[in-house]
Each structure stands twice: as C-alpha cells, then as structure tokens.
Design a protein around this ligand. Structure first.
Ligand code: HEM
Length: 388
C-alpha cells in the first residue's frame, strides 16, 4: 500500500515538473547564459591568429570554446596524466597519432590498422587459403594418392621415434586448434554468422578465442621441440639442389632421390616451421601479453596483430600442402607418423639416399631400443635385424 502511494506521488511530481518546464518563459532561467561562442564573442574568429590559438588563448576570446584542445586530441597529441608510464603508457592519449601502415592511408593508427586488416589481410589471406585448398583438391582429383610402385617387403624401418612423434602430434594438434579457431575469428562472420546468427556466433567466437589463447603457448613450446628434434636432418645438402631443379620429379613421375627429408620438406621446415612458426609465436605471445617487460600500447597490439595475420595465413597455406601430403596425398606417410615405421619399399621409393645409408649401416634402421611391434598382423621385422 505504502509502496503504491510513493509510486503515485513520484509520478505526479514528475508530471508536474514536465508541465512547469514547458510552461516557463525563456527569461525564467535568468542568470544562466548560453554557451554559444558566437554570441559570447561574435568577432573573435576574424583575428588572423585565431586558428593558431592555444586552448587557453581561445578561452579568453571565446569562453567555453575548447576546439584547440579537441583538435590536438584528434591529432594524437599526448596530454598530461599522473598515472605511471610503465602501467598506463597511453593514459594521456585518447586518439593515436597519424600513421601510414603498409597498405593504409595516412590516418589515425586505429583506423590505419582497421584498413590493413579489412582491406588486405582478410580478403587476400582468405583468398590465398581458398586458392591453395582448390589447388590441392584439383591435384588430388587429377593425380590421386601417390601409390608405391613396388611390392611391400614387410621389412620395416623406424622413421620416427616415439619422442619425435609425440613432439610432432602435440604441435600438430595445437596447430589445428589454433587454425580452426583463428579461421572462425577472422573469417567466420562471412560463412558462419549468416547461418547461426549473431548470438550463437558471439558465443562461438568467445569460446574459440579462449581456446586460441591457451593452445598458443602449447604450440609455442612444442614448436621449439619440433625444431630442435628435426633440425639436423633438415640441414641443406647438395642433393637438394637436384631435387629442387627437377621439382622433386612431380612432372616426370620419377621421384628424385633424397635423404631422410627431401628439399620440399626442408623448405617447409625452414620457411613454414622455423621462420613463419617463430614469427607467429612471437607475435602471438605479444597479443597474449606474455612477453615480460614489453610496454603494451595500442600500436604494439596493432603491429603484432598485422604481423600475426599475415604470417598465420602464409603458414596455414603452407601446411595445407603438408597435411595433404601427410594424409591422403601419399600412401604410407601418415602411418609413418602414427606408428613410427615405414616399409623398406617406401623408404627406397621416397627417400632413396636415406634408404642407402640405412642399408650401408650408416644410419640404424631401429633407433628406439625397445620398440613395440609396428604391425602385429604381418610378419614384418625391423630392417636392422632382417635386411641390413
Ligand atoms: C594435422 C596436421 C598434420 C599432419 C597430418 C602431419 C603429418 C605429417 C607426416 C605424415 C609427416 C611425415 C612425413 C615424412 O615421413 O617425411 C610429418 C612430418 C613433419 N611434420 Fe607434420 N603434420 C601435421 C602438422 C604439422 C605441424 C603443425 C607442424 C609444425 C608446425 C609439422 C611439422 C612437421 C615436421 C617438422 C615434420 C618432419 C619432416 C620435415 O622436417 O619436413 N607438422 N607430418
């Protein structure tokens, strides 16, 4: 009862106020002057120095006109702030200075970053991925899976140790999680949002962003392990030149002999895993604010974001090829990374120089001391005991 009374009184009071306001004559608010600068000092802008006035000077001729200050804010001038620079480096700065990032106009840094992202990275990065996917699909349609030419011997060579495989798969799983979440965050609004709607897409990208942030450090650690593990056999050798000149034998149909990894794999290692991998990880750690001692300004994040976007698109494009060759592109490649072993015929046909080194005893065919039987269903034996 009491609450209803208060409610009614409040409504009545507000309604009376509204009526009184509309009914008041203009001079009823005597003493309160309009802040219209043209009425305060009508001729002030005829002064030739009018445009160069500081905010204080303008305040003297046109009280209340803060245009000089806002002009400076728009130009990115940093004002005074009592907050420490190390904790709030941009506290005195509302709008960033004008810059011209590669591909943008000369404009505020935030807008310049937006232009680079929306006019270059997203359309061209997305197109690159679609083109590479299309090329791989076309290649598979025309060529199919690369089969072995000879008969399998049943004698196995250990291609990857359990440690190498664990490092590879930890890295690959993190990579796929990052690639899927990254693609949805960058391109999802074009192909997922129209289907599932704004609310669901908001939740999806929020969840994926968190997955992305946590998978990143796992990728970083496993990437370093992968680099250290595989660097030795990816060092360039003179036979790689022949392999490259002949395009690996793709056109002739006869594979060019290679050591444990061919020149194509080495290019992927140095270009995709080492160079792009480290650029992606470094820029990602900046975006995650995990680099100690770095001052995180908006420009730091904008640059890290652009570098990350370009490097990840290139890296994904390269790894589409790697994943294709490691799965449906080449018979026996995936099982090598799954179980660790390849048949002697596979080794001879795809990495002949490596196979020769194993046959001559230069490289042990069995590197793990107590290896589990790779394919219990067959009578296969590690080549070390059977054929070397
Ligand atoms: C789903 C994703 C992936 C699949 C299916 C896959 C599959 C494979 C396979 C089958 C091999 C063995 C090739 C051979 O025997 O010569 C291999 C090797 C290798 N992979 Fe992956 N991989 C994937 C992702 C990755 C990622 C994300 C990285 C690193 C960023 C990576 C780095 C390597 C390296 C360094 C090798 C050794 C050969 C070389 O140095 O080029 N892989 N992968």
């Amino acid at each position: 009862m009491m609450r209803r009374l208060i409610f009614t009184l409040a409504w009545g009071w507000m309604a009376l106020g509204a009526v009184a306001q509309t009914a008041l004559p203009a001079d009823a608010v005597a003493g309160v002057k309009s802040a219209n600068i043209f009425q305060v000092a009508p001729g002030a802008d005829t002064d030739p120095k009018y445009k160069d006035q500081t905010n204080a000077e303008r305040g003297q001729v046109q009280p209340g006109n803060n245009a000089p200050m806002w002009r400076q804010v728009g130009q990115g001038v940093t004002g005074y702030s009592s907050l420490p620079l190390s904790q709030a480096p941009e506290a005195g700065n509302l709008i960033q200075k004008f810059v011209q990032y590669p591909g943008s106009r000369l404009t505020n840094a935030g807008e310049a970053w937006r232009q680079v992202r929306n006019q270059w990275i997203i359309p061209y990065g997305g197109s690159l991925l679609l083109i590479v996917l299309g090329a791989v699909a076309l290649f598979y349609w025309r060529k199919g899976t690369m089969e072995l030419h000879g008969q399998e011997t049943g004698r196995k060579i250990e291609r990857f140790t359990p440690f190498e495989r664990s490092a590879h798969w930890a890295n690959a799983i993190a990579f796929v999680a990052l690639a899927v979440s990254g693609i949805v965050m960058a391109f999802g609004k074009f192909f997922i949002q129209p289907i599932i709607g704004n609310a669901l897409f908001g939740w999806l990208s929020y969840a994926l962003k968190n997955i992305h942030n946590f998978a990143g450090p796992l990728f970083a650690v496993s990437l370093v392990i992968v680099i250290v593990t595989f660097v030795r056999d990816n060092l360039p050798r003179k036979e790689d030149i022949t392999w490259l000149l002949k395009g690996g034998g793709m056109i002739s149909g006869t594979e060019v002999p290679s050591h444990r990894f061919n020149a194509g794999e080495k290019l992927l290692f140095w270009g995709g895993v080492f160079f792009l991998g480290l650029v992606v990880v470094a820029s990602g750690l900046v975006l995650d604010k995990l680099v100690p001692g770095l001052i995180y300004e908006r420009s730091t994040m904008q640059i890290a974001n652009m570098v990350h976007g370009v490097a990840t698109c290139l890296m994904m494009a390269m790894f589409i090829g790697h994943i294709y060759m490691g799965t449906i592109g080449m018979r026996g490649a995936y099982s090598a990374m799954r179980d660790g072993y390849v048949d002697e015929t596979w080794a001879k046909e795809h990495h002949e120089l490596w196979y020769d080194d194993i046959k001559s005893g230069k490289i042990p065919a069995q590197r793990t001391v107590t290896a589990p039987s790779p394919t219990p269903a067959t009578t296969s034996t590690p080549a070390s005991s059977a054929s070397v």
